[in-house]
Design a binder for this molecule. Structure first.
Ligand code: ATP
Ligand code: MG
Length: 246
């Protein structure tokens, strides 16, 4: 495998006394898409929250580009290049679509991250998400649920991140928009964006991913190249039975 961009080693996380992650380890190589599969309540969102600093891990290492970020504040982790598109479409409702996207680039304006060409990246993001391009000046709170989900993804990309965490980007979307979300993930992958993806449509996630991990009750039970997980009878029975294939 190529150089690891994000490496998690023996991560434990809890909400108060409720232990959720019991020592998970995973690795996301540079330029690859890795998917984390698991049932409701397995700890997928908790894993992403622990990585991005929304939840302080109890113990374990989280390395981004070789630097340990475990326990840092989320704004520091964002500056280090980690973008999180959280579960449940969180956008700034009273700001325009365009301003939401520029806010995603905030650490680049302040010099906390390499600035690059923000204007060009904004144009690229809008080209990737044509629905957002048509609605640039609209207040984000007036977008449909699906459009807000896309805005959350596009805003994450505007950081020009080392790694993007995508937590259920297709949640609650109509089938045609689910397809669009997966098409966008493929395009981002072609552009070399490194991603950790959580998706209810596990079959579709494995189609776009290079590698996958299965999380069961806060522990990794199986992991391997996406193609071998797709052919694993136990994984098929537990996670690939639904209508996620397309
Ligand atoms: N804020 C919280 N306080 C207490 N327990 C929580 C909190 N958030 C999540 N949990 C618990 O942690 C466990 C893992 O939740 P998590 O949201 O990580 O699951 P998930 O794998 O993302 O599930 P889903 O597929 O439903 O999104 C669940 O048992 C959940 O009830
Ligand atoms: Mg979740």
């Amino acid at each position: 495998m190529s150089e690891a961009m994000l490496t998690i080693t023996d991560l434990y996380a809890a909400y108060g006394k409720v232990q959720v992650l019991h020592g998970i380890s995973l690795s996301v190589p540079k330029g690859k898409v890795v998917t984390l599969i698991g049932s409701n309540g397995a700890g997928k969102t908790t894993t992403m929250r622990a990585i991005s600093g929304m939840l302080k891990p109890k113990s374990g290492r989280i390395e981004l580009g070789g630097k340990d970020i475990a326990g840092q504040a989320s704004h520091q982790i964002a500056r280090a290049g980690l973008a999180h598109s959280p579960e449940g479409r969180r956008v700034f409702a009273s700001m325009s679509v365009r301003d939401n996207l520029l806010l995603g680039a905030f650490p680049r304006f302040t010099g906390a991250r390499l600035r690059g060409d923000i204007k060009r990246d904004l144009e690229q993001a809008l080209d990737l998400f044509p629905r957002l391009k048509e609605r640039q000046t609209q207040l984000a709170g007036t977008l449909s649920g699906g459009e807000q989900q896309m805005l959350a993804m596009a805003r994450a990309v505007m950081l020009n991140p080392e790694v993007v965490l995508l937590d259920e980007p297709s949640m609650g979307l109509a089938p045609i928009l689910v397809e669009e979300v997966f098409r966008i993930i493929s395009r981002l992958k072609q552009q070399g964006v490194t991603m950790l993806l959580v998706e209810q449509f596990a079959a579709a996630a494995l189609n776009v991913a290079d590698y996958g991990y299965v999380l069961e009750n806060g522990r990794i039970s199986v992991h391997g190249p996406a193609a071998s997980l797709q052919n694993d009878p136990a994984v098929q029975a537990a996670y690939l039975g639904g209508g996620g294939q397309h």
